[in-house]
Design a protein around this ligand. Structure first.
Ligand code: XMP
Length: 513
């Protein structure tokens, strides 16, 4: 049976993948493609429906992205969103103008006509608007189905031709009934039955990976984080022992992390793959000796990682494919290369170009983090791995302010393990964006058992964030902080003071360096 599919045509809007994700939440498979994809290729996909995204252009602009007019004649239902709606109006003979007042943010939309798109939606519904142009006149044959005080055509449709358009963004969560509208589009207008689940993604990906790789060799840099773990398990399911995972223990991992990763992926673990754990601890400490400048530390850690990885790759011999656990937010972040460098992020995304691979495989590049987690659960990866909080590539190296030494790594590892244990005991671990202990470079005087101490201060951090671009400090219960601080001072040798970081991002960053 052919899989149902919706194609999102991308006209440059910032929410393009979010639309796809919302459609997948309706249990219908969805992919994003460029607006100018070949018509034949689009037809070959046999989509049940097409969605045009928004975009920054005006339809009258010389550079305005436009699709071919034939698209409207295929009989495939189309939903135009924002710029996509204006494009539909403009190409089919309606009028688009600069609105007298731009509409941004939550706006009350009045649904004025019954429509399959608005089935079950209230007559007055809050939607998210973000536009300067608007449709001032719908094309002939179209019915205006909704308006706002500013926008005469907030939604329009030509039921006979299965063409629908909305000026607002149903995909963003501020559009209160947006999911209902998208679900109406895919089910009531496109006639989908909802045959897609994360399990189908897993099965389909395994099948297509098998087809692509054949009997080739695959290499994966495994960090133990959720993305690379899910990518590795997918590949292991697809090609078994043709996969080799290289796990570099740079001595900057959390307490017991190396053993935990080995227990899952190593020879005693549940997966069929070749696992290589490289103990590069001494090598890293040596390289980091005397280095205090954060960017320099990051660069050394990143460069050394690549070197270790390359050495292992050469030992394995000719490898055809390199697997990376890139997920969609990584793709956007790398696309934003023009912004100022705050920190040079190192993760396995920047792997070698020196080692000769035929191709890089990124099986998760269309998924958001929570979708990757769902895929992980489908693949039977243990929950504690699937729900791990993010951990930066440079590891504890950027949570130890100043010079990194084996002794400081021990201190921060132990303090962090206690903190995580107490957070988990209090049942807070799933609700927090990220939380960890860092070792400040500050020593201060204390008193313990009638004696003077002169030891380090540990800083605890916990933030709530949805995208890690901004973050708010989590208001942790006082008793959890109190118990943690007590335990750290009592149990971790070399610490006599514990601080809680109250800085949001901005102006702080999540990590300390
Ligand atoms: P910052 O400190 O930039 O962190 O506010 C935002 C998020 O990114 C993580 N982070 C990194 N992740 N390689 C990574 O893979 C890195 O070099 C890196 N630096 C920061 C950080 O843990 C937080 O989740």
């Amino acid at each position: 049976m052919k899989k149902e599919m919706i194609v999102v045509l991308d006209f440059g809007g910032q929410y393009n993948q979010l639309i796809a994700r919302r459609v997948r939440e309706c249990n219908v498979y969805c992919e994003v493609h460029p607006y100018n994809m070949e018509l034949e290729q689009l037809k070959a996909m046999d989509p049940r429906g097409i969605i045009f995204t928004g975009g920054p252009n005006s339809v009258y602009g010389a550079e305005a992205p436009r699709c071919g007019k034939e698209l409207f004649e295929l009989g495939i239902p189309i939903l135009g969103i924002c710029y996509g709606s204006q494009l539909m109006a403009y190409m089919l003979g309606g009028k688009v103008e600069t609105a007298p007042v731009s509409e941004y943010g939550k706006t009350e939309v009045k649904v004025e006509q019954p429509s399959a798109l608005f089935d079950g939606v209230q007559d007055d519904t809050i939607c998210w608007m973000s536009h300067t142009d608007y449709i001032s006149e719908a094309p002939e044959g179209f019915l205006v189905t909704a308006h706002t005080p500013v926008c005469p055509v907030a939604a329009m449709e030509c039921e006979g031709r299965k063409l629908y358009a909305v000026q607002f963004h149903p995909e963003v969560m501020h559009t209160q009934e947006g999911m209902k509208m998208l679900s109406n589009f895919v089910y009531k207008i496109c006639g989908c039955s909802g045959d897609w689940k994360m399990g189908s993604f897993v099965e389909d990906t395994i099948k297509s990976l098998r087809g692509k790789i054949g009997d080739g060799k695959v290499l994966c840099a495994l960090s133990g984080g959720v993305d690379s773990s899910v990518a590795a398990v997918l590949l292991s399911r697809a090609v078994g022992k043709q996969l080799t995972c290289v796990f570099v223990d740079h001595g900057l991992l959390r307490k017991n992390e190396g053993d935990e990763v080995e227990a899952v992926f190593g020879p005693e673990g549940a997966y069929e793959l070749n696992f290589i754990r490289v103990d590069a601890r001494e090598r890293y400490y040596e390289k980091l000796k005397g280095v205090t400048e954060p960017e320099q530390k990051r660069k050394i850690i990143g460069a050394e990682f690549i070197r270790v990885f390359e050495e292992e790759a050469r030992k394995i011999g000719k490898v055809d494919y390199l697997v990376q656990g890139t997920i969609y937010p990584d793709v956007i972040e790398s696309g934003l290369g023009k912004s100022a460098v705050i920190k040079s992020h190192h993760n396995v995304g920047g792997l070698p170009d020196v080692v000769d691979f035929k191709e890089i495989i990124e099986p998760l590049r269309l998924l958001f983090k929570d979708e990757v987690r769902k895929a992980g659960l489908e693949l039977g990866i243990p929950e504690y791995l699937v729900y791990r909080q993010p951990f930066p590539g440079p590891g504890l190296g950027i949570r130890i302010i100043g010079e990194v030494t084996a002794e400081k790594v021990r201190i921060v590892q132990e303090a962090d393990a206690i903190y995580r244990e107490e957070i988990a005991k209090a049942g807070l671990n799933r609700g927090l964006g990220q939380y960890f202990a860092a070792l400040t470079n500050m020593r201060s005087v204390g008193v313990m058992g009638d004696g003077r101490t002169y030891d380090y201060a540990i800083a605890l951090r916990a933030v709530n964030t949805s995208d890690f671009m901004t973050a708010e400090v989590s208001e942790l219960p006082w008793n959890v902080l109190g118990i943690t601080a007590n335990r750290i001072v009592n149990e971790v040798k070399g610490v006599n003071r514990v601080l809680y970081d109250l800085t949001s991002k901005p102006p702080g960053t999540v990590e300390f360096e």
